[in-house]
Design a protein. Sequence first.
Lengths: 318, 545
Amino acid sequence: MHPIIKLVAQRLSLGILLLFAASAMIFGLTEALPGDAAQAVLGQAATPESLANLREEMGLNEPAVSRYFDWLGGIMTGDLGTSIVNRLDIAESVGKRLGNTLFLAFWAAVVSVPLAIFLGLLAVRYRDRWPDKLISAITLTTISIPEFLIGYVLVYFLAVKLGFGTALAMVNDSMSLWQKLNAITLPVLVLTLVVLAHMMRMTRAAILNVMQSAYIETAELKGLSTFNVIAKHAFPNAVSPIVNVVMLNLAYLVVGVVVVEVVFVYPGMGQFLVDAVTKRDVPVVLACGIIFAAIYIGLNMLADIISILANPRLRHPK
Amino acid sequence: MSNAMLKVKGLKIGATVYPPGEKPHDIEIVHGVDFEVEKGKVLGLIGESGAGKSTIGLAAMAYGRGGVELTGGEVWVNDREILHTTRNDLRSLRGGEVTYVSQSAAASFNPARQIMEQVTEAAIRHGKFSKADAEARGVELFRKLGLPDPENIGKRYPHQVSGGQLQRCMTALALCPEPDLVVFDEPTTALDVTTQIDVLMAIKEAIRDTGVAALYITHDLAVVAQVSDDIMVLKMGEMVEYGSVDQIINSPKEDYTKALVSVRSIDHEEKVSSDEAVLKVENVTARYKGTKFDVLKDINVELHAGQTLAVVGESGSGKSTLARVITGLLPQKDGNVHFAGRDLKPVMKTRPKEDLRELQMIYQMADTAMNPRQTVGTIIGRPLEFYFGLRGAEKQKRIQELLDEIELGEGFQDRYPAELSGGQKQRVCIARALAAKPKLIICDEVTSALDPLVADGILKLLLDLQKREDVAYLFITHDLATVRAIADSIAVMYQGEVVRYGPKSQVLSPPFDDYTDLLLSSVPEMKLGWLEEVIANRKMESGGN
């Protein structure tokens, strides 16, 4: 068997194993919270009798382990359970929210990843000169400012003063793609500013590291232009660390956008999760947790696999 | 107008240095050098490290490595001055008119791209050939350089071919754009002797067939004598002597050149083995964890007190692995190691302190074998504390004695490794090993990273110390000249086996087995026409069979 298939298979099975561990942890942590779903539904005024009845009805008297496997079995068959607050099917209501979040994350990634890599290349090309310093200064500033502040500042100056984009990023099914894109302009901008610095700095560092290699000197002594040397000779060897940090940031775009969604009142997973937590809607919290974990683990696994595929020694064994 | 294709006049080169504890400042490393290379001729640049030979070679491409700057003088290529020209002009010069072959092809090829792509890149970019023509020329060069499967080797990635093959690919890379001048920077130094000879011949024929001019940079006078027409000897950035190969080799004028020509002239009478063996390796077999083949196969060797056993072989022959087994870093799979009349435990961590003390090591890279933040005194003092519990004035006295032994005077105690030269660093490592009063020191390629004259000094010191301290050496090396200088007995290793073993006089005299014969005949001799002679002999022998 080609060694690369073996390595990729190893990564995949490790990812699945990790996902199971994460599910156990999420379940265990919600179990450890004081009170339970029955308490949450009935609130402070509950009598011991009604609590006991509801517990019986919800199956909460079963041991935790068997409830965990029930829940896990449900997830595997696509059944995320029902919300205890509004009695709706979670899979359905989460599905729409997840779609919105992925939509926002996708467009933020489309803008930020190529921009970050291009700025990284540019910073290497003009290393230690003013373009490099300017790029570093701006990206470091934007990563240092809390994202809600950037969000409100952009809303005030762009949306309110200049009429560019909309302050509230409400989207719904009846909107055309163009209308949706117009609605998410500002959140995409904020997210881009937040993740840009990390990816750009890593691109710069990884390529500068490769630029010390003897084969870069060989390329320079072939009379290639500096940009050619960087793009054709340095970049292919810096793919692995760059992909890793890109994937971390993509994961952040999906699971870490709670604050931005709240600022722009965007109907995504983040708001959904926050609502569920305040209402102590444990099944929804569990569902969101496992989806976030799956996305996080999946993207990092993808980064590992791309790193493996990018290594010529593994791709073309002796 | 002379028909010199490269003319260098009064070339001065400077660099910024960052000495520890001082302010960075500029120094001059080449102090005004003049030379010319005519079309189709080869000029050898020779000197020790720090002589500025690579720096001068790269100046022919107006390139300064790292912080190096070309500060003065003129460099003319094809009647065009290149030190004060535009960036675009430089780009057409580099990789078009002048190309470069580096010491380590393994590091100089981009690991992420196919060999052919890299070989033809410059020719295509400079518009010398179309892609198809450049590739055809690449295949032609691969064939000329004696590479196996020339049609398809270009489709491979650098890690898929051997070191010697890659070095030839690098030569093809340099010759592909039909340059007027090639700078060869130590192109065979990193290769085994048996590989070096083939690459050397391939380079020589390629130069002859293409009529290209060349600068050939090396520290090995015997090598440069085989390929050059003229030789320039450099020392500390200054020209010492400049003449034809014949004149430099056979009648050198300057003392420094004479020293280079006569280097490796240590005369060492082998000692008769009389007393009990201090080290006895019996039927040792070893393999690395997770692998399926033995890197050492049934090794049997003996070393007597106060004597030297040289273990010689190419890279990958298992000689360093043998040292790892003896020191307990790699426990053997089978067999025994006896040391000073007792059995050594296979795993180092389980060995008693006395075993650790009596068995010391010196490494190839003195640089990395010392803590850069400790002074020489601390480095040497550590084993004195650890093994003998010495403190205070007693320890100071012993440190000074050891420094005297390695011929470093007072004042060295407080210096840091970065303030020492390569030879001095290796001496400190020797003192550290001696401090433990060992019975056996394993020397792993201890002179390989040093210049010939400095290496000679280290070998003399080791022999002196052996006489005084009665310490035995297990001397691992790939260099047969070193073996001749220091060994009492020799073990020749090849693919994990000892193929020849015995007293020096016996191992180095005929009849030889095939491998030892190949190894011995591959060592370059300081003699004109040696390369052709050896190749002719080999062709005759293989023709006779």
